[in-house]
Design a protein around this ligand. Structure first.
Ligand SMILES: Cc1ncc(COP(=O)(O)O)c(C=O)c1O
Length: 319
């Protein structure tokens, strides 16, 4: 469940950061990384044959854990023309009547899109109409560019009673291997997830939880350096790919560049070519869902100099 002092630190961070007040005891649960919570939420809410609405493309564990729980994945295509937001109006009535969970993720992996207040209003209305629990994955909440700042869906006054929002210490604080995250939201929904959590694990290592309290107290200038670092890498890669004629948007957040592949290659073929000829590893878009075909996902995890070298190597491949 988490140390009471970490839950208190999370509540005061949430209040400071989003202006949302949460009860540390009943509205926050500490996780061994947000991934395990995002998976276990399916065990808490999905019975055999129930549906879960999953963005496509998306972080793969969402769909896999729905399947592990015996549920049915209902795809919500994320299209560029819709600002990488799902079009709820296109979902079939039959699928909606069986759906229990709605997964969303902003800043989005892989597209780099952010969500705004109007979109979250639509989400809450849609979830209410269809009696869905909203599972919002905000793992990249602090990694935004060009001065953008994310909002939490819990800032929407109607959201809390049907929302669980998942956060991570992995990205903002570079604590990936340490495995720590948290989930915030409605106390009844959290109780259902908590019942699974206390059955399958026994809580995160206390030393890490104490380190997380320190992390949450860091001033924004410290996080600003992280944003700046990713933004510089983003700019080098996006500029390089554009010079090669690739159609690529500058992501507004997250740690990925979602690039449309030119020259008619499919994503697996292009990823293979890149590894074999340049030694660069990029994820084939189709690995993140059928809608990801035709795209490659580049990660911004190497330093500026390596990123420049990567761009030069890609150029040698095409010129
Ligand atoms: C969208 C998204 N959500 C969640 C996670 C998992 O983060 P954690 O390390 O907190 O389990 C990742 C990690 O890659 C991710 O990309």
């Amino acid at each position: 469940e988490g140390l009471p002092e970490l839950k208190k630190a999370v509540a005061s961070w949430f209040e400071r950061r989003f202006g949302v007040s949460l009860d540390p005891d009943s509205e926050i649960l500490i996780l061994i990384g947000s991934k395990e919570g995002l998976s276990h939420v399916n065990l808490a809410f999905i019975d055999k044959g129930d549906g879960a609405l999953i963005p496509n493309p998306a972080y793969p564990p969402y769909r896999r854990s729905v399947i592990l729980a015996g549920g049915k994945v209902v795809n919500m295509p994320l299209l560029r023309k819709n600002g990488w937001q799902p079009d709820f109006g296109k979902l079939r009535k039959g699928d909606l009547s069986k759906a229990k969970l709605l997964f969303l993720n902003y800043p989005n992996n892989p597209t780099g899109a952010l969500a705004d207040k109007e979109f979250f209003e639509k989400v809450v209305d849609f979830a209410e109409e269809n009696e869905l629990v909203i599972c919002h994955d905000m793992a990249y909440s602090e990694i935004t560019f060009d001065g953008e700042k994310t909002i939490s869906i819990l800032q929407n006054p109607g959201a809390k009673q049907r929302t669980l929002e998942f956060h991570s210490f992995s990205k903002t604080y570079g604590m990936t291997g340490w495995r720590l995250g948290f989930v915030a939201g409605d106390s009844k929904l959290l109780k259902a997830l908590r019942n699974v959590e206390v059955t399958v694990n026994s809580g995160a290592f206390h030393v890490l939880q104490k380190a997380a309290i320190v992390a949450l107290s860091l001033p924004d200038e410290a996080i600003q350096k992280v944003r700046q670092t990713y933004q510089e890498r983003r700019d080098i890669l996006v500029k390089g790919l554009k010079e090669l004629g690739w159609e690529v948007e500058s992501p507004k957040g997250g740690i990925f560049v979602w690039a449309k592949i030119p020259y008619g290659y499919d994503s697996k073929r292009m990823a293979k070519l890149l590894i074999e000829k340049t030694g660069i590893v990029a994820t084939p878009g189709v690995g993140l869902g059928s809608q990801g075909e035709g795209y490659l996902r580049f990660s911004l995890i190497v330093d500026k100099e390596r990123m420049k070298e990567a761009v030069e190597r890609i150029k040698t491949l095409f010129f």
